[in-house]
Design a protein around this ligand. Structure first.
Ligand SMILES: [Zn+2]
Ligand SMILES: [Zn+2]
Length: 145
């Protein structure tokens, strides 16, 4: 977190700080996931409060948006700067793609392919994550027994 962000967050109310810290811990989360995490310590916090806080943090640029969850809910990202994601189409989990040369090169290639389009925004690569892939494979193995 930058000093500016730390400063802005530290001036917030306790519930804002709690919500922010929960998102930082999880990395990418919907309001419902943040609520589940926060309710361990604050059972009384309402969905409306979480919703209001995440919307405000987003408006101030302290958090970003990640690809929406499988059920279409807004998902927030503790990292507000633009970056690319991988999303599992089975469990809906997202993770950041490495911000390395290979990702950069892939985006550049796309940009050249579609020279007439103004490309903006970030990439979301979809597929099946390792956990789901593994489950899938062991299901097949069980069926073959
Ligand atoms: Zn998965
Ligand atoms: Zn991310």
């Amino acid at each position: 977190m930058t000093n500016v962000a730390r400063d802005l967050v530290s001036r917030q109310t306790k519930s804002t700080t709690t919500v922010y810290n929960a998102l930082v811990e999880i990395g990418h989360a919907t309001n419902a996931q943040i609520q589940a995490r926060v309710q361990v310590d604050y059972p009384d916090i309402s969905a409306t409060t979480i919703h209001r806080i995440t919307a405000r943090l987003k408006d101030r640029g302290l958090i970003g948006c990640a690809p929406k969850s499988l059920n279409g809910s807004e998902r927030y990202d503790a990292n507000p700067s633009a970056h690319h994601h991988f999303m599992c189409t089975v469990c809906g989990d997202v993770c950041d793609l490495p911000n390395g040369e290979s990702t950069h090169q892939a985006v550049e290639n796309l940009r050249q392919l579609s020279a007439d389009c103004a490309l903006a925004g970030t990439l979301t690569l979809k597929g099946v994550c390792r956990d789901c892939n593994y489950k899938e494979e062991s299901n097949h193995e069980n069926n073959n027994l």
